[in-house]
Every structure is written in structure tokens, then in C-alpha cells.
Design a protein around this ligand. Structure first.
Ligand code: ADP
Length: 266
């Protein structure tokens, strides 16, 4: 809290009043602190791959380039780190776009079941994981007005996480229910879960429960922060529930109005 005083003087110079104004700086200070923290995080996230690359490039320059065993391996590391930085910068650009108020969603009327199933199919088709998929989706059609690209990014991100943290042979469940005024979408996994005290923080920028593990799997720590911005921009909310060691469910809502025929269009 900051206080400023103004003295009210008459033309004659006599003081006949004093105004005290109390400024509430706490909100501004919080924003400033978050901004400083964000810049520090970004710098740190970029410095880590850069220093790794520097040491590998130095080793290559010092002669490792002539070693047929070391050279490909060292080049591989610099490539992986470059990819990581590109992902990070792309994620930062996405966030800054969502932050600037001029972002408009390109909304279209989309039948959510078809849309959702298509994304799940894409993941199910890629055989790079050993996880079972279970869909608990209603048969009816539900038309929602959404930005399909942005919502695809959100769902991609949630499913990628579910797969990343699933044990081999684990199950990923997809659910959707219709509630009063919104659709409720759920994606659950049987992975390691998230400790109770951290579960709300996973939507914060750069927050990871296990930094080393997330890095190892190529994560930027921004995926869920971006997802949250995108769901909020749609007028929905996103949250997580988790049992440590048992699994995690990510929930999100999308505004939806049932029409007179009970939501079925044909
Ligand atoms: P990351 O790039 O690290 O995956 P995200 O923003 O997508 O970043 O997720 C933030 C953190 O939330 C992850 O690092 C992880 O600790 C935790 N997390 C997200 N999804 C899951 C999940 N399905 N199971 C366990 N932990 C998860």
C-alpha cells in the first residue's frame, strides 16, 4: 500500500486542506513479480540447452569430430537441444499471442463427437505407445462453436501427457457428458499421478512436478498453461484431479446450449 498526500492551498498561500490517497499496489506488484519470474524462467530454460550445446560443440571442435563413434552421438545431442529450443520458442509465441488481447478465435460450428473421435483415432493409430484406449462418449451429436485448431492443440497436449505418464499396458479413458449449459470432457490415465499439493499448479507456466523427467521427455512445461489460456478463451474451465501413484484425470468444459430437440441435429 502506498500513500500520497496533496496539499490544497488557497491563492493566498494558506493551506486549507490535505488529501491523502491510498494506492493499492498489491495487484500491480504481483503482476510485476510474475513478469520477472517469467523472464527468469525463460532465460533459464533457454540457457540450459544452449550451455549443453556449447560443451558438445567445443568437444567436437577439439577433435571429437574425427571420432566415428563420438561425432554422430554429439551431433545428435546438439540436434535434440535445438529441437527443444524451437519447441520452447514456439510455445512462448503461442502464449504471447494468447496474452495479447487482439487474439480472436476462429470459431466454427463443430460436432464435438466427430471432432473428438478423430483426434483420439490419430493417437490410437500411431503405434508408438503401448496403452489401451477406452471411449465413453455418447452417441448423440453435440454442436459447439469452437476454434478447431486451438481445441485440437489442447486435446493433443492432454493426450500426449496421458501417454507420457502412462505405464506400459495402462488405460487412457475418454469421457464426455452433457451438463447444464456445458459439455464436460474428461481424459484419464493410470499413470504416476500428481501429489495433491501440486495438482493445481500444473497449469502454471513452467511448472513441472519433476523437472528432470519432463525435460527428458522433451517437455517445455508450457503445454498445460497454453491449454488453460485456450479453454478460458472459449469460456470454459480446465482442472485436474489426481491420485498420486494411481492416475490423473484432466477435465475441461465448453459452453453448450441444448436445443429444443434435446441436442440432436440431423
Ligand atoms: P510438460 O511439457 O512438462 O509436459 P505440461 O504443461 O504439459 O508440461 O505439464 C506440466 C506438468 O504437469 C508436467 O511436467 C507433469 O509434471 C504434470 N503432468 C501433466 N499431465 C500429467 C499426467 N497425465 N500425469 C502426471 N503428471 C502430469
Amino acid at each position: 500500500l502506498r500513500t500520497t498526500f496533496s496539499v490544497i492551498q488557497k491563492e493566498t498561500g494558506f493551506v486549507n486542506g490535505l488529501i491523502a490517497v491510498l494506492h493499492d499496489n498489491t495487484e500491480q506488484e504481483k503482476i510485476d513479480m510474475e513478469r520477472r519470474e517469467f523472464v527468469a524462467n525463460v532465460s533459464h530454460e533457454l540457457r540450459t540447452p544452449l550451455t549443453t550445446m556449447r560443451s558438445y560443440l567445443e568437444a567436437l571442435a577439439d577433435g571429437a569430430w574425427q571420432d566415428p563413434n563420438l561425432a554422430p552421438n554429439f551431433l545428435n545431442v546438439t540436434q535434440t537441444e535445438t529441437e527443444r529450443m524451437i519447441r520452447l520458442v514456439n510455445d512462448l509465441l503461442k502464449l504471447s499471442k494468447m496474452d495479447s488481447s487482439d487474439t480472436e478465435l476462429s470459431k466454427e460450428m463443430v460436432e464435438f463427437n466427430v471432432f473428438f473421435n478423430r483426434i483420439i483415432d490419430r493417437f490410437e493409430m500411431s503405434k508408438s505407445h503401448k496403452v489401451r484406449f477406452e471411449r465413453q462418449l455418447p452417441k448423440e451429436q453435440y454442436f459447439v462453436e469452437i476454434d478447431p485448431d486451438k481445441l485440437t492443440q489442447v486435446i493433443d497436449n492432454i493426450i500426449s501427457n496421458a501417454l507420457k505418464y502412462s505405464p506400459e499396458g495402462g488405460k487412457v479413458r475418454f469421457g464426455m457428458t452433457v451438463e447444464e449449459g456445458f459439455l464436460l470432457i474428461q481424459i484419464s490415465d493410470e499413470g504416476m499421478g500428481i501429489p495433491k499439493e501440486n495438482v493445481d499448479r500444473i497449469f502454471d507456466r513452467f511448472y513441472r512436478v519433476d523437472r528432470a523427467r519432463s525435460r527428458e521427455m522433451g517437455g517445455t512445461g508450457l503445454g498445460l498453461a497454453i491449454s488453460k489460456e485456450m479453454i478460458n478463451a472459449h469460456g470454459g474451465v480446465i482442472w485436474a484431479e489426481s491420485k498420486y501413484g494411481k492416475g490423473t484425470t484432466i477435465f475441461f468444459t465448453l459452453p453448450f446450449e441444448m436445443d429444443d430437440d434435446g441436442g440432436e441435429w440431423d
